[in-house]
Design a binder for this molecule. Structure first.
Ligand SMILES: N[C@@H](CCC[C@H](N)C(=O)O)C(=O)O
Length: 278
């Protein structure tokens, strides 16, 4: 089975072209095995590119623990690059279906290959039941919760998947490896949660580290960067166009408040290709 390893800001997945053939068997188990950084290819998860009846392609994504994600911001940019660079389409404006709906992509092509991709990420959803987060509040904006033995203020947002955004003074020295798992499995998040720890640098620049549900700390999270910018804007901390510096690179996020739409621009990179014998 042929695969391509790709990354967007260091958030790396193994991509398999399933437009003509299917992956048979237990895909969740395959995702766990392929993602293993010692005994597998090594990645934050697995992404299958499938045909779609409603869009140009379908993105089916799995975290490294085998759980299925509904949306992946860094992954969807790489799907755009994959299908264009491999000649599966010659369109530079694409519709990609995900488990959280259809997303529109614009590909920037340099010397015949895609480098940057802009994605219309749709509207952020703050309704607790849609995230989901268990609360008696109408929205969770900067609300205190106890995690472990400490109080943190969280802003909860769905970008097609669940996010909790926490503002901190210093992301570099934040103990994400101990606090991240406590957020992920906190009882108020019945489907677990992706947690972004955000430091505001200025009104157009934030730093962010992420603990992803199902994958642990990753070098970047596209949906998380979008949620972080929405949270920064609604908490009055930034303007609506923001550079998000992640451990693996920068994303540019625009939150159009009037239309309530979020746009993400960032890189998509092919790392290597290979073949797996199962
Ligand atoms: N890295 C992704 C998000 C992947 C899915 C997430 N862990 C989930 O389970 O919701 C991104 O770039 O958005």
């Amino acid at each position: 089975m042929k695969f391509t390893k790709m990354q967007g800001c260091g958030n790396d997945y193994v991509y398999i072209d399933c437009t003509k053939t299917q992956v048979l068997g237990d895909v969740a188990d395959l995702a766990v095995k392929i993602s293993d950084r010692h005994f597998g290819v090594g990645s934050d998860g697995l992404i299958l590119i499938k045909p779609s009846e409603n869009a140009d392609f379908f993105m089916d994504m799995y975290n490294s623990d085998g759980s299925r994600g509904k949306m992946c911001g860094n992954g969807i940019r790489c799907v755009g690059k994959f299908v264009y660079d491999k000649g599966l389409t010659d369109k530079t404006e694409l519709k990609i279906e995900t488990l959280s709906g259809i997303k529109n992509l614009k590909l920037s092509v340099e010397n015949g290959k895609v480098d940057l991709v802009t994605v219309d990420m749709g509207s952020p959803d703050l309704k607790p039941e849609n995230i989901p987060v268990i609360t008696d509040k109408n929205v969770m904006i900067n609300e205190p919760i106890i995690v472990g033995d400490k109080e943190y203020n969280v802003t909860c947002i769905s970008m097609g998947n669940p996010h909790a955004v926490v503002f901190v003074d210093d992301t570099d020295n934040f103990p994400i490896e101990t606090v991240g798992p406590l957020f992920e499995k906190h009882k108020i998040f019945p489907d677990r949660v992706n947690t972004e720890f955000v430091q505001v640098i200025d009104r157009n620049h934030i730093k962010m580290r992420v603990w992803e549900r199902g994958s642990g700390e990753t070098l970047a999270c596209g949906t998380g960067a979008c949620a972080s910018v929405v949270a920064s804007v609604i908490n009055g901390l930034t303007d609506n166009e923001v550079k998000v510096s992640l451990l693996g690179g920068d994303l540019h996020i625009k939150y159009d408040k009037d239309k309530n739409m979020v746009y993400m621009t960032g890189p998509a990179v092919t790392v290597f290709e290979g073949e797996i014998s199962l």
